[in-house]
Each structure stands twice: as C-alpha cells, then as structure tokens.
Design a protein around this ligand. Structure first.
Ligand code: PMT
Length: 218
C-alpha cells in the first residue's frame, strides 16, 4: 500500500480466539494464535490509521502504535466492539469467535462422574454481522475460515452478513491459517476478487490493507 493510504482513518480489528467458560477452570476455544489479526493491526498502523485491536487471549506483544483491548468471551468481544464503533471507520473481523458457548456456566468445578456427559451449547451473537447491520457507517471486512468450497462459502458469508469485503482462508491446509506463520487468501467484494499468494502473515496483511484502501469509498 502507499504510505499514508489509511491516514486519518480509524481501524478496529478483532483478533485471536474467544474462550467460552464451562466452569471456573475449563473452557471451549480454538487454535487461533492472533498472528493474522496482529499483523493486520501492524499494517493498518503503518498505513497511517489510528488502530485498535480487540483481542481474545493470545501470547503476542502489542504492536507499536496500536492499542489493545483484551477480552475473553464472544460476548465480551461484542461489547468491546460496540463501544469502539462510534470511533471506527474500518472494522476488520479476524478473530475466530466461538459460534457456540456452554448453555450453563457452573460456578463450581464440575466433578468427574458418569462415563458419558452431554454438553448443551447455545449460539453466540455474530459480531461482524452486528457491526455491518449497525446504523454507524463503517467499512466492514470479515474473514471466512473454510475447509471446503472456500470461495463459494466465503461469498455466501459476504452476502449473508452484509459485509463490504471478505477474506477467504482455506484452513484445511495446516501451513496456512490457524497458528501458522504463513497465509494464502482470496479477498472478495461484491463484484470482484483477488488472490494473494502464500507468504508470511505480515506480507498477506499488507496486501489485505492495500485492497481495503483501494475499495474504500472516499
Ligand atoms: O490467529 P491466527 O492463528 O493467525 O489464524 C488466523 C485465522 C485462521 C483465525 C484467520 O485468518 C481467520 O480465518 N479468521 C476467521 C476465523 C473464523 O472464525 O471464521 P468464520 O468463517 O467462522 O467466521 C466468519 C466471520 O464472522 C469472521 O470474520 C469472524 O470473525 C466472524 N464471526 C464469527 C462468529 C461470530 N460469533 N462472530 C463473528 O464476528
């Protein structure tokens, strides 16, 4: 991207996994490391944007010139995003948000008992869809982590969630996607798409930020 491509813009990025508590010592989560989201934050800041990362639990240092808001669960992440929204021009949802959480959180540690236990789960709110549907005008970019029919499913999510852009990520390949150093994605918008070749996550992040800067309405 050109220097200053996002000068004067305020960018909010979700990153990392969420943790959904079962009891005081256990949770449901996933393998997101936060690397892709933090790389996007670095690239957005380098492009001149005022940048905030709303981050699930990760082991990464805060990038320079980026403010980090730590959260744990999907519902915490939604609340932090809603608070950040009035001061946001571009929203990028890179977090691997848990689609479901345990229906009941036990206040005491669950004791070992029967040979088989069944876990009831309830749906979490969809953060990026809520942002896209809000009254506040924000350029909304989602990710689509897919293991099959990657482009087709990503385009479905772009339309269903009312997004301006989506980044399709084939996570069936262990070398790209969750907790890897590299990524390879296709960026899609209503009437076009571009494939970004396999590279380190900072290079891929710079490519995504360049596409956002290009497609952003002035
Ligand atoms: O963190 P890394 O280890 O670097 O890995 C990067 C990554 C693989 C996590 C990242 O590149 C990626 O693909 N992130 C999206 C993961 C995901 O949950 O995708 P999804 O297809 O399930 O969700 C679609 C979109 O909706 C995403 O933008 C997601 O942030 C968003 N979402 C999903 C569920 C939910 N309740 N709220 C959401 O906002």
């Amino acid at each position: 991207f050109e220097t200053g491509a996002l000068q004067g813009k305020r960018v909010v990025i979700t990153a990392g996994p969420t943790r959904e508590a079962l009891d005081p010592v256990r949770y449901i989560s996933n393998h997101s490391s936060g690397k892709m989201g933090y790389a996007l934050a670095e690239a957005a800041a380098a492009a001149g944007a005022q940048t905030t990362v709303i981050s699930g639990p990760v082991n990464l240092p805060a990038p320079e010139r980026v403010s980090v808001v730590p959260v744990t669960s999907a519902r915490d992440m939604l609340e932090a995003c809603e608070q950040a929204l009035p001061e946001c021009d571009i929203f990028i949802a890179c977090a691997a948000v848990a689609d479901y959480r345990p229906a009941d959180v036990q206040t005491q540690k669950i004791k070992k008992g029967p040979d088989e236990v069944h876990l009831a789960l309830v749906k979490n709110p969809d953060i990026v869809a809520a942002v896209a549907a809000s009254d506040h005008p924000v350029f909304t970019v989602g990710f689509a982590a897919e293991t099959q029919q990657v482009i087709e499913y990503a385009r479905g999510k772009l339309e269903r969630k009312g997004l301006d852009m989506i980044v399709a990520n084939d996570v069936s390949d262990q070398g790209i996607g969750f907790n890897s150093e590299e990524n390879e994605v296709t960026v899609l918008w209503a009437d076009g798409e571009i494939a970004l070749p396999r590279a380190g996550k900072s290079t891929v992040a710079a490519g995504i930020i360049a596409q956002i800067a290009l497609r952003l309405s002035p």
